[in-house]
Write a new protein. Sequence first.
Length: 332
Amino acid sequence: MNQRELSIAFQSDMPPADYAELAQRVEGYGFDALSIYADLLFQPPIVPLAVAAAATRTIRLGPASLNPYTLHPVEIAGQIASLDLLSGGRAFLGLSRGAWLGEIGVKQERPLSRLREAIDVVEHLLAGRRAAYEGQHFQLTEHHALRYPVERERIPLLLGSWGKQTLGMAGERADEVKIGGSANPDIVPVVRDWIAVGAARSGRDPGQIGICLGAVTVVDEDREVARSLIRREMALYLPVVATLDPTVTIDPDMLARIDALVTRGETVKAGALIPDDLLDRFAFAGNPDDIIRQCEALFAAGATRIELGTPHGVTPARGLRLLGERVLRALR
């Protein structure tokens, strides 16, 4: 794995055909990977990923990320095997416990064991093992097998989490971890330590497990325009993600005020409450030089991949162009 990778992430809110041109741009600029979010009530990422796979030749592709509560691991295995087949072995599988599922009545009980068993089932099916699997959450008989050829018997696994225990399990099982909603260099050595605990349990080298940080991104030649726009985006998720970072101390009253303003639809006022130093820890925002400095700090801290997320710029095309022609080129 390249130790200085940059990738792009898109939301799954556009017409499927649009992802062909977008994926070609991402690949043409030279980015290493393309992720499609799997957020609640957006279209399933397998559709835009399949379109992107057919339109590209080299870039890695994967969902960020599927969860084993709304999607059974048998279906997860099928989707990722199909993407790998369509892309000629360029897929990766992003898994996490999922978010906002309580709002639709899904109880996320025992997430660690459920994730572990989901990984077991996916790996079992991809490898074509003819044996029963008896888990607490999922079961397979010796007759359960994928009824079509697979491109690879093991597909690279990315686990998304902020949790110490889940990241410890990632040290045992994953190829890469992703800390979503973060641009904070201080979290990287903490995450590396948590990964190392699990790696030691399974005799793995923790240095071989990648660490990806990804967050909402807005780049523009006018840095104040970019930072003003991203504050409105950040206000929607900061009250949730800021409480997950053990290296950051945040005024709970400020978070409560932000949350209340967002609930009333006053996202501009909510974003204005976010101080600059906090913005830089949870988003990529500013002119190309600002983004380059943020990325360099993350790589220096030990991150191996940085994922620049939607909306990318004042317009997506303009933001993607600046990221590809200015930011990526400088970091290469």
